[in-house]
Design a protein around this ligand. Sequence first.
Ligand code: ADP
Ligand code: MG
Ligand code: MG
Length: 334
Amino acid sequence: SECQLESKESSIYKEDMCTGDYLKNYQLVKQIGSGGFGCVYLAYGLMDSKLVVTKFIQKSKVYNDSWISTDDGHRLPNEIYILNRIQHDHIVNMIDFYENDIYFQLVMEKHGFGMDLFEFIEKTNGVPEPLGAYISKQLIEAVDYLHSHGILHRDIKDENVVLDDRFHAKLIDFGSATYLTDKPFKAFCGTFEYCSPEVLRGNPYRGPELEIWAIGVTIYVLVFGRNPFSGIEEILKNTLEFSDSASADLQYLLSGMMNRSVEDRFSLRDALRSKWLNQTVFLDNYDFYDICDLERSCVEFQNSRYILDEGPVISLATSTPYRKASDPAKKSLD
Ligand code: ADP
Ligand code: MG
Ligand code: MG
């Protein structure tokens, strides 16, 4: 089965990742996400029998300027340091971390069953505006919280938002996150499709204005099911275009968030006040499994089946028929 951990080669690799105290508490179930970069696994908590997600961060691959020294003399990647210090309803919750010589093992809550907005958009080809507003608002609240704590995410995009079957969204992947400073940043570290024109041109950037643009792109993709621009040239030159069916409120919001003039670009507060984000949404109108054309997804582990979209692990009779969430043919460049 796809869920088993076999293959000699990969099991040696996996042992490398897991060695240390991590193994006293967790057992790997299966790799999630399907990107080649992904060292992200679904794991089983031996203490509480709950499923969690573990991201294996190879120490040698963390950039020199992405480390923080803690008060007790520890060196931690920004990703762990920052995630450990924040708490928000729409940001993934870090449970613990471990380390061995080669890896950090970042243990997080499992949100939904590992479907990110990229996969969701692939399945839906864009969602109705009210549902799009409901999801987008959660993302903006998360980023507003980060900025108010002096933190930049710097890799906001559909892949880095996970969704559960109640359309509850959480921001993940703090691998590019950093603290805001007075000194502007020079290096861009996200994905070019989500990058603002002035930063693509190589201008130093403060941060929040870049994230607003990136959220604008994310909203555009979520609602229309396609990128607003199809290459760097277009990002630099083209004006934003909308389909005829796009509401005036949405066009107004996105034109503000993706304003080419940095001075005139909306702030997150402007966005949060917008009519489109504050529209009334009747969530009962939308069924996640209908919209995605999915069965409730399950995973097989140690002769039991577990529903992955419920909070606690539920063991099912082994005879229950099931279908796994299909792996999309991912993923964009990191
Ligand atoms: P990378 O830095 O390699 O992009 P991410 O942290 O973005 O790694 O995780 C890769 C993928 O794994 C995500 O796009 C998402 O599909 C899935 N994922 C990561 N963390 C979680 C989580 N806590 N709950 C559910 N799915 C997750
Ligand atoms: Mg990611
Ligand atoms: Mg990352």
